[in-house]
Ligand binder design. Structure first.
Ligand code: GCW
Length: 678
């Protein structure tokens, strides 16, 4: 029960109900309400905060003050104090927002909730929706909504396509705190609440981030993020006890090593009392890890978990573990199997503050992959879903590729675990097994470029990930509409065209790149542009096995690598059988002749030709579609996108011709339409 003052009830009759509902929303939830004028009120707008747990730390009070400065509505002198509904809030006696609305109420159990409520209001206004009858109740579906930076201390960004890092240069922090402040506000506005600030490949300088050499800078970053309710995480080097501590081992069961980590963690919390925890890439792509000492990944993760536990910190341990020194002649080793094979047997062995971070697919963020079978396979382990916003394999922000539809498909995929409807989104958000540590992490796509993301329209991916992590049931179109309206305003012709271009872009990209789920036909190392055999005779486990007769990877139980058996029976059977395997994943699961007839009625080879001709034409049409918007937006915005689309159209032709020529030469089968193939 709440003791609400009379004056509040008079002007806000549903306050009791709202407060009750609001408290049920959890820490970060909020209620937004526009109340009509009436009851003879002379006051205009209010922002009310009900603090169930009164804010005590500076972090919380500064969040409150930021809301005030952002929403521009409550500038009373107590702005830095968290206000409570049981004490009247000074009304703001300035201008009326609309003639029908007397007040705007944002109600939240915490300052973070007020922040998200304020951004909701700004989004509402920014998308041109009327204030009258605004009511919204919202809470995030996922506890952790995180961006992972792959920024290096030298200023480069691994897989970054938007310029250098704004966090680091020359092996030091840039200390561009203004930019960081803008970035923190940007993060909160899209609903993110966690940030990992350095590459998971932790090199020499970054290994020292958790030492006195860098902790003052790390603390300054945390101070800025805290104003926007964002918790800071750092990627750590598993071999730090050796490289930073001078020990002779990093064995997770060695007492001196365990003590070293405990002391390191204690140091970190002295600087950053609300530090989130560590992100770890171990035994992966030549990074150190517990395997060196004959230990398993539970031993490694739990050692860090024990050190972080007293402070409420967590370990985010990545499952991207596979053999990157594979012999391409060996057809029994299958990289797709690796994460499941390594981690599934460890279910139940991880400490409660360990979250396994699992990439959405079994390989590596290809344009088309099945969902990782690890989702749902570890019933006693906290799990985080990892997406890649930065477009490493999807056009590197030179091509338009709106990824939200792909992420939606993954979130909605039914793992069928436990013989029931069990979509990935319910595993990621922990609701299936009532897991409190849960969420979505994604590799960011920002850099120092003025528009943050290189390709202006790639902002929609960044924004979309934040919105989906908050509310996975939003549609890809709704998110596209929100983003386009917030950026370009309310010109319907502009907004509708941008939405349709965004929505078409992933299928277009898939059309002119690698076909039917096979993946990887890219140039080695930088991963841009077509190279069908670029990874075919390499140790990275990324093959398509194309010869004169056929193509694809046999991952079936009877004759292949047995990968399909990692899925629950309904998905296992669907993928394992040539008859029921969906066309778009056919070559991921099966090796077939070029003459194999798809469900679509086309042969595999004709499908390859048709989609590649079509994709290149569609890419060219994207330029024409964008051209129709000339003069309807600031010229600078129009030209920068036009330039990228022109490059994409040229590059799509290159993809078309390389792929079609390769397969015509291999198969000796002509295109039924007799088009030009080289
Ligand atoms: O996709 C691959 C990238 C690497 C990356 C790795 C990972 C940070 O090519 O650049 O390393 O995945 O996720 O760890």
């Amino acid at each position: 029960t709440y003791d609400l003052p009379e004056w509040l009830i008079t002007m806000y009759p549903q306050a009791y109900d709202d407060v009750q509902q609001c408290m049920a929303q959890g820490e970060e939830g909020y209620i937004l309400r526009a109340l009509p004028a009436g009851n003879g009120d002379t006051t205009n707008s209010y922002i009310a905060s009900n603090s169930a747990t009164p804010a005590t730390s500076t972090s919380h009070s500064s969040s409150t003050s930021n809301i005030n400065s952002n929403s521009n509505s409550n500038r009373n002198s107590n702005a830095s104090e968290s206000s409570s509904i049981s004490s009247p809030i000074e009304p703001n006696s300035t201008s009326n927002t609309t003639s029908h609305v007397a007040r705007l109420i944002i109600l939240a159990p915490s300052p973070a909730g007020l922040l998200y409520g304020a951004f909701h209001l700004l989004r509402h206004l920014g998308t041109g929706q009327p204030l009258d009858q605004l009511t919204a109740i919202s809470r995030p579906a996922n506890r952790l909504r995180m961006i992972d930076h792959w920024d290096n201390a030298d200023g480069s960004i691994e897989r970054g396509y938007a310029g250098q890092s704004f966090l680091y240069e020359n092996n030091a922090f840039t200390r561009d705190w203004d930019r960081l402040h803008d970035y923190a506000r940007l993060l909160a506005s899209a609903g993110f609440n966690a940030l990992s600030i350095n590459n998971v490949n932790v090199h020499a300088t970054e290994t020292l981030f958790i030492t006195d050499a860098f902790l003052p800078d790390v603390a300054e970053v945390a101070n800025i993020l805290r104003k926007y309710a964002i918790r800071l995480y750092v990627s750590v080097n598993f071999a730090a006890p050796i490289e930073a501590g001078g020990l002779s081992t990093a064995d997770p069961l060695d007492e001196a090593v365990r003590r070293w980590w405990q002391e390191a963690v204690a140091d970190v919390y002295r600087y950053v009392p609300d530090f989130g925890g560590f992100v770890v890439k171990a035994d992966s792509e030549n990074r150190p890890g517990p395997f060196t000492y004959g230990r398993d990944h539970a031993d490694g993760a739990n050692m860090l978990a024990v050190a972080l536990e007293p402070y409420g910190g967590g370990v985010i341990w990545r499952c991207f573990v596979y053999n990157c020194k594979q012999d391409w002649r060996d057809r029994t080793t299958d990289r797709a199997r690796a994460a499941y094979d390594h981690f599934q047997p460890l279910d139940g062995k991880f400490a409660h503050n360990v979250m396994l971070q699992i990439k959405n697919g079994p390989l590596d963020f290809q344009v088309r992959e099945p969902v990782s079978p690890l989702f749902g396979a570890m019933k006693q382990t906290h799990q985080l879903l990892e997406f890649q916003i930065t477009q490493e394999y999807t056009g590197q922000q030179r091509h338009l590729c709106y990824l939200v539809p792909q992420w939606k498909e993954i979130l909605d995929f039914d793992t069928a675990v436990g013989d029931r409807f069990a979509p990935v989104k319910q595993i990621a958000n922990g609701s299936i097994w009532q897991r409190e540590w849960n969420g979505i992490a994604a590799v960011g796509n920002t850099g120092i470029d003025g528009n943050w993301t290189g390709h202006l329209l790639a902002q929609a991916n960044w924004y979309g990930l934040g919105r989906l992590a908050w509310e996975p049931d939003l549609s890809a179109e709704e998110i596209a509409r929100e983003w386009a309206t917030l950026v370009f305003g309310q010109d319907a012709q502009v907004v509708d065209m941008i939405i349709s271009m965004l929505m078409d872009s992933l299928p277009i990209y898939e059309n002119y790149t690698s076909p039917l789920g096979v993946g990887w036909m890219v140039n080695p190392n930088h991963h841009y542009g077509p190279n069908v055999d670029g990874y075919e005779y390499s140790p990275w486990g990324t093959y398509h096995y194309a010869d004169h007769a056929g193509i694809g990877v046999d991952r079936t139980i009877a004759t292949g690598t047995g990968y399909t058996a990692q899925y629950e029976p309904v998905n296992r059977d669907r993928y394992d059988s040539l008859e029921s395997c969906p066309d778009e994943l056919l070559l991921f699961f099966h090796h077939v002749p070029y003459t194999h007839v798809l469900h679509s009625g086309k042969t595999v080879i004709q499908h390859i030709y048709d989609t590649h001709f079509q994709g290149a034409e569609q890419a060219a049409r994207l330029c024409q579609r964008w051209q129709t918007l000339e003069g309807r937006m600031a010229p600078g915005l129009h030209t920068q996108v036009a330039a990228r689309l022109a490059e994409q159209a040229e590059h799509a032709k290159e993809w078309r011709d390389v792929i079609n020529s390769y397969f015509q030469r291999k198969s000796g089968i002509a295109d039924v339409h007799g088009r030009v193939i080289y």
